[in-house]
Design a protein around this ligand. Structure first.
Ligand code: C2E
Ligand code: MG
Ligand code: MG
Ligand code: MG
Length: 291
């Protein structure tokens, strides 16, 4: 395989750069096999509530533990899964794994919820709500402990069908979040109708917050917009303390990014949570309300 470059430990081979080659077929077969062999693993990145520093939720981010190529990030295999009908089994595998993990954490007394990303094809799949309901039940997880992150592109692909899948998911009682908010084309129109709980402002805005007053203005007004609509605002891609301080000043609710933690395998996330619990002062009894 031609690795495009090898920055760090993650190979940057991109399947979509090689649309007809043998690599693609081999990778497709390998991905199919990976799904049955359990080579797809979830890493988890904490979402930090800014009012009290608590971690109430983690986002599951899929990786492929490839036998030869090492740990692959989703950009290297999600496009292929999307094009070849493997997105449904992939999403079911991620939901199954992350809900099982959440059950374990809750049994350990960790009152977390988990966020799972959905793709375009998932939201056009009218069987998805039944699948979600079945998996929640199988792992004995309450619907309120699952958040589904959907992107704006999903909603534009076929908004009637996607809208009905979203409504059905909503009626199960799962939380809904709009991911990469601000990068799509119709950011405002669907906010009128969509029953979501959370906006995740794309890291393109968050990353430039400190250096660029225009980005700062966008972030500030998006916080206000979210709050006017009764939604939580999550900032993604928070990489330093200066950015975090500004976000706090703007009234942002939740922060996620390398500044807090990279996505981690489940056992390392547990260690991170435990270390953080020891170093943070115990919250006072009458502290800020939960987010
Ligand atoms: P996303 O859902 O917007 O997730 C955030 C991405 O930004 C993750 O990349 C995360 O590792 C990265 N990130 C987090 N904090 C920082 C930061 O401070 N700085 C920078 N530069 N990056 C940060 P990842 O894990 O490579 O995932 C990329 C995208 O792939 C995700 O974007 C999501 O759209 C998709 N994805 C990941 N897992 C799944 C999955 O299980 N199912 C589906 N359908 N899509 C997934
Ligand atoms: Mg996401
Ligand atoms: Mg995002
Ligand atoms: Mg993203």
């Amino acid at each position: 395989y031609r690795a495009k470059s090898t920055r760090g430990r993650v190979a940057r081979y991109r399947v979509e750069d090689d649309p007809h080659g043998r690599d693609r077929l081999q990778t497709l077969e390998a991905l199919r096999a990976a799904l049955t062999r359990g080579e797809l693993v979830c890493h988890y990145q904490p979402k930090v509530t800014l009012s009290d520093g608590a971690v109430r939720s983690v986002e599951a981010l899929v990786r492929w533990q490839h036998p030869d190529r090492g740990l692959l990030t989703p950009d290297t295999f999600l496009p292929l899964a999307e094009q070849t009908g493997l997105m449904r089994p992939l999403t079911l595998a991620v939901l199954d794994q992350s809900l099982r993990q959440l059950r374990t954490w809750r049994d350990q007394g960790r009152t977390l919820s988990v966020a799972v990303n959905l793709s375009v094809t998932n939201l056009l799949d009218t069987d998805l709500p039944d699948d979600v309901a079945r998996l929640l039940q199988a792992h004995d997880v309450p619907p309120s402990a699952l958040v589904l992150e959907i992107t704006e592109s999903v909603l534009m692909a076929d908004s009637r069908r996607a809208g009905s899948v979203v409504d059905t998911l909503r009626s199960l009682g799962v939380g809904l979040s709009i991911d990469d908010y601000g990068t799509g084309y119709s950011s405002l129109s669907y906010l009128q109708d969509l029953p979501v709980d959370e906006l995740k402002l794309d890291r393109a805005f968050v990353g430039r917050l400190v250096a660029d007053p225009r980005s700062a203005a966008i972030v500030r007004s998006t916080v206000d917009l979210a709050h006017s609509l009764g939604l939580r605002l999550v900032a993604e891609g928070v990489e330093d303390a200066a950015t975090l301080d500004l976000l706090r000043g703007y009234g942002c609710d939740v922060s996620q990014g390398y500044h807090h933690s990279r996505p981690l395998p489940a056992d390392r996330l547990e260690a991170w949570l435990d270390a953080r619990g020891r170093s943070r002062p115990a919250p006072r009894r009458h502290d800020a309300p939960p987010v």
